[in-house]
Design a protein around this ligand. Structure first.
Ligand code: SAM
Length: 243
C-alpha cells in the first residue's frame, strides 16, 4: 500500500509552494534536459504517471498529443490538475502505480517525472508499462538519483574549503528510505542505478539515453543555490523505447 504523502495537508501546503509547482515546467531546472529526451508527441497517445498538478500533461496536449491520460495517487493533486485543465482530450484518474494496469499497446509515450522512487515494485511497473506501449513507443522518466537518495540529506558537513559534503551510506542496500521533507517520515524506495537500468533491459526496453542532471553555468548564475547540484546528482533522467 503506497503512502500517499501528497494528501497530507502540511506536506501538500509546502509542496504547492515549490517554484516548480508555482511556475510550472519552467520552474524545474531539469526541464530543458527532459525536453531534449522527449519524442515528437504530435497525434500520439500519452500517459503521464504521477502527473501531479498536470503541468506536463497539459504541455503534451499543447505539443499536439492526441490524448493524454494523467494518473496520480493523490486526490489533492488530481483535484488541482482537473481544476487547471479544460480539455476533452485530457483525462485524469486517481490511481496507485503499485497496482495500475493499462490497456495493452494503448500508448505511444509513457512519461513520468519524480514519481517512480515512490513505487516499491519497480519491476512490475516496468513490465506493465512495456506491455502498455505500442512497438516503437517511448518511456521517458525521471527519478531521484540513487546517489541523492542514499546521501544523508540534509545532513551535510563542510569540508576544509567550506564546500558541503554528503556521506553516501548504504548505497548497495536497496529498499525503504525515510526522509523528513514537508512532513516526517516520507517513504521512498531506493534502487541502485544498476537495478534501475537492468530492470529496463531485462523487460525488453532498448535504452536511448541517460542523463544525471547538472545545472548549466547560466542556470547557476540565475539561481546560485543550484550550484549544490554539482556536488552530487539529484535527478536521473532515462529515455528508453520498445522495439
Ligand atoms: C514529486 S511529485 C511529481 C509530480 C509531477 N510529475 C511533477 O513533476 O510536477 C510526485 C507525484 O507522484 C505521486 N505518487 C506518489 N506515489 C504514487 C503512487 N504509488 N501512485 C501514483 N502516484 C504516486 C504523488 O502523489 C505526486 O503527485
Amino acid at each position: 500500500m503506497a503512502q500517499n504523502i501528497y494528501d497530507n495537508p502540511d506536506f501538500f501546503a509546502g509542496y504547492s509552494q515549490l517554484p516548480r509547482q508555482v511556475q510550472g515546467l519552467d520552474g524545474a531546472p531539469e526541464w530543458p534536459a527532459i525536453r531534449a529526451l522527449l519524442p515528437n508527441v504530435a497525434d500520439k497517445r500519452v500517459a503521464d504517471l504521477g502527473c501531479g498538478f498536470g503541468w506536463a500533461t497539459r504541455w503534451f496536449r499543447d505539443q499536439g498529443a492526441a490524448t493524454v491520460l494523467g494518473l496520480d495517487l493523490s486526490k489533492n493533486m488530481i483535484q488541482r490538475a482537473r481544476a487547471d485543465t479544460n480539455d476533452a482530450a485530457v483525462t485524469y484518474r486517481i490511481t496507485d502505480l503499485e497496482t495500475l494496469e493499462l490497456p495493452e499497446s494503448g500508448f505511444d509515450l509513457v512519461y513520468s517525472a519524480l514519481t517512480f522512487h515512490y513505487v516499491q515494485d519497480f519491476e512490475r511497473l516496468i513490465r506493465m508499462i512495456y506491455a502498455a506501449l505500442a512497438h516503437g513507443g517511448d518511456l521517458v522518466f525521471t527519478i531521484e538519483h540513487p546517489i541523492f537518495m542514499a546521501a544523508k540529506h540534509p545532513h551535510w558537513t563542510e569540508d576544509e574549503d567550506g564546500r558541503k559534503t554528503w556521506p553516501v551510506n548504504g548505497y548497495s542496500i536497496e529498499g525503504e528510505r525515510r526522509t523528513d521533507w514537508f512532513a516526517k517520515g516520507v517513504l521512498k524506495h531506493h534502487r541502485t542505478l544498476a537495478t534501475t537500468i537492468n530492470t529496463l533491459i531485462s523487460t525488453g526496453f532498448e535504452l536511448r539515453r541517460m542523463e544525471e542532471f547538472a545545472p548549466t553555468a547560466e542556470q547557476i548564475a540565475q539561481i546560485p543555490d543550484l550550484a549544490e547540484e554539482l556536488e552530487r546528482p539529484m535527478i536521473l533522467l532515462i529515455s528508453a523505447y520498445k522495439n
